[in-house]
Design a protein around this ligand. Structure first.
Ligand code: SF4
Length: 317
């Protein structure tokens, strides 16, 4: 995938207005993402590049200016990375910008959080080990099946690399949770698949996971129809065909997996989780029509937990 450096214009730190990220500053080091997950809704945003990633190469410089500006009025309580991209894409120039941005924030005592499907290089783990109470790490991992990954997350880190992230983050004293999102109906919600995943998570001491099923949006359907094998696409479409378009968070046209299928799946995760000592929370942002939880529940907090119900997380999966 081609990397194109561009200059970021305007403010670097912008406040999110959605879901569990409400009022938290967010930061993306690139526009576009080399991992190219087939279900990624950020790929369908207007202006999202195709077969190319734009790197905000002036981001560290602009971030330093914003942080050092004596006239800055808004306190920065936390910065959430990766709401529309991933800081841990493999390209060395992307990693260099991510490292500089995270260092600038942590050195000033500003907490950071991220969700990643990449592999986190050791130098980041060393950085985090210096400020473990300021880092909240989320690892996106839906399945340990290689076949699943080749089809749905072709460019992301392998499941073993992501499990290795968990080990090294925990050893560095960082709070780490796992996000199982998007659960793909019929592909990643079988008894065997969940057992295999939870066995590996439990071996690494994971106690808590956050769950959410795949959403359909028009741009996602277009991507899926170009990138999934026909049989896989047809099976997925059959799940959503009776479902109405509805507003979910900021998206006015989303389809959810039918409630009975989601509840059945979440209960399956919950009962297998109990056997492994893993608590399963259902993401309230992406499941506005059923009882669910705010995904920051139970985490050591950097700030007050936002009051939220039925709003969509910005994370692009
Ligand atoms: S879901 Fe995340 S990791 Fe995957 S392509 Fe989108 S931004 Fe990148």
């Amino acid at each position: 995938m081609r990397l194109t450096p561009i200059q970021r214009k305007g403010r670097i730190l912008v406040k999110a207005r959605f879901g569990c990220l409400s009022n938290i500053h967010t930061l993306n080091v690139t526009r576009g993402c080399e991992f190219e997950c087939v279900y990624c809704y950020a790929r369908g945003y207007p202006g999202a590049p195709r077969e190319e990633v734009y790197l905000y190469s002036n981001l560290p410089e602009k971030l330093a200016q914003e942080l050092n500006n004596p006239r800055r009025r808004m306190p920065i309580r936390q910065v959430a990375f990766n709401t529309a991209s991933d800081s841990f894409q493999r390209h060395p120039e992307i990693l260099a910008v991510s490292y500089q941005a995270m260092t600038l924030l942590l050195e000033r005592g500003i907490p950071i959080s991220f969700l990643t499907k990449g592999w986190i290089p050791d130098r980041f783990i060393e950085l985090f080990s210096t400020y473990p109470s300021l880092v909240r790490a989320g690892i996106g991992l839906v399945s340990i099946s290689d076949k699943y990954q080749q089809v749905f997350e072709p460019g992301a880190a392998t499941s073993w690399e992501r499990l290795n992230n968990i080990e090294r983050l925990e050893a560095a004293g960082v709070d780490v949770h796992v996000r199982i999102d998007p659960i793909v109906p019929f592909y990643t919600d079988s008894e065997e698949g969940i057992e295999a995943l939870f066995l590996e998570l439990a071996k690494r001491g994971v106690k808590r996971v956050i769950l959410s099923y795949l959403h359909f949006r028009p741009a996602i359907i277009e991507q899926l129809s170009m990138e999934l094998p026909d049989t896989t696409l047809k099976l997925l479409e059959s799940c959503f065909e009776t479902q109405p378009w509805r507003q979910v968070g900021t998206s006015t046209r989303s389809k959810l997996v039918p409630v009975f299928l989601r509840n059945k799946g979440y209960n399956r995760f919950g009962s297998i989780g109990e056997r492994y000592g893993i608590t399963c929370l259902v993401c309230a942002c992406k499941n506005p029509d059923i009882p669910a939880q705010i995904c920051t529940t139970g985490l050591p907090s950097f700030q007050e937990t936002p009051k939220v119900a039925g709003q969509l997380s910005m994370f692009p999966c």
